[in-house]
Design a protein around this ligand. Sequence first.
Ligand SMILES: [Zn+2]
Ligand SMILES: [Zn+2]
Length: 508
Amino acid sequence: MRSKKSRLLSIIVAVAFALALVPSTAFAATQSSPAQTTQVESAMTAVVGTVGAAGPVLTAVDPGVAATYDNLYAAVQGETNANAEYLAFAAQAKADGYPAVANLFIATAAAEQKHSDDEWAVLVTLGATDRPVAAAPTVGTTAENLQTAINGEYYEYTTMYPDFLATAQDEGVTAAARIFNFAQQAEQIHYNNYSDVLANLDNPTYLNATYKTVYRCPVCGAVFTPATLPSSRCNICGTAISAFVVYNLATYDNLYTAVQGETNAVANYTAFAAKAQAEGYPTVARLFTATAAAEQTHADAEWAVLVSMGATDRPVADTPVVGTTAENLTAAIAGEDYEWTTMYPGFLATAQDEGVTAAARIFNLAQQAEHLHYNNYSDVLANLGNPAYLLQAYSTIYRCPVCGAIFTQATLPTSGRCSICGTSESAFIVYGPDIVSVTPTAFVQKLSGNQNNLTVNVTVKNSDGLVTTTSTTLAIASNSAGTYTVGNYKVYVDTKGNDQIRACYIVQ
Ligand SMILES: [Zn+2]
Ligand SMILES: [Zn+2]
């Protein structure tokens, strides 16, 4: 066990060692500025000060792990500050026109958060209760911010974590040693990334190609580019790369926007369906219901991609604003028009540019499906005063379960496959009215000799109020009995003599 005095000494030595190891450019900057020197001194005071600050809690800490306890506090404070800094630096990088650098800062901020969380979890097992909060970041230009980040990472991976690791091993705090070991190696990778970015800050093509997609190991906090990504497992901690969190540029935000929009559309169309039903437009209600399910498919598919990129907080629907059915159709048309002419084409181009293939595929399908939705709603609004047309044209609705296309009897592809995504029509979801009654009738017309004409009708009434009659006429002999196919039904008819019906009923 080390005494408090020797622990204090080791920290002071560590800080002095850190100063000696700071890269020459940064060291020169430190030497040239009195303000910088003051910062280093106050940082040293802060590190030493944790011994005193933790005093009341320290009485409950096993004296054999006291140095590691203090080191964990210093590490949590440093990682917490780094998280806040990098998020602020990301915002500045976006403002400075470096979206790929922002992407890297965001991913690395999450890595530092993981370090902080892991270190805090060990501290809690040692009795800690008062978690450090972030100091307010000092934000400069992106070049200055990168230099700040490089200096911090350099100190952590060359000095702070090696020292903390040795002490944790010395004191037998295995959980802390494991985290310090991972963090040290992760910070070295962060240092390499930031150094590469700063060296190439005047080369946006390179930055975008290299950092538009970065991968964060969710266990150790390593941040990889496509070029440095291991082939199967994290080279620090062994985590499978399939578990890595992927950070892309605008597509991530675009997916969020799309999920929000589609989720709102589901809520809107469901409410609009109820309103249409109440206003006596059963087929319009059915179209809204089917289209709501299509938008749900889009939202789910987009959310699945977001989850694969690390999202956890799924958008929920805004409260629908419901007007008359005519007003609701107008709102729906405006929404679909925006989506198919503007939003999805833009998102698609961005996703293709960023190489997010899964998102690009969904945006492409959704764009085409929204076009069909737009056409349907526009046709319905134009014919809202023609109930006979609506009852016929929108009696049966077909939804492609893959792309969300909505077809009517008139627009159903003749190929037997979805015109957007190629899904077989046998997989389509069919929305139709309930059948209220099926009534067969028949009559016989006497012709010459033993020849008669039999006409068989089937009259179907559905829940929309629509009545349809299908007929078949055949030549029969007198006193004939048989089963005849009429549309979707089979009808048994028994004739008596030349012109009478003995029996007529549906055979199933
Ligand atoms: Zn890892
Ligand atoms: Zn389809």
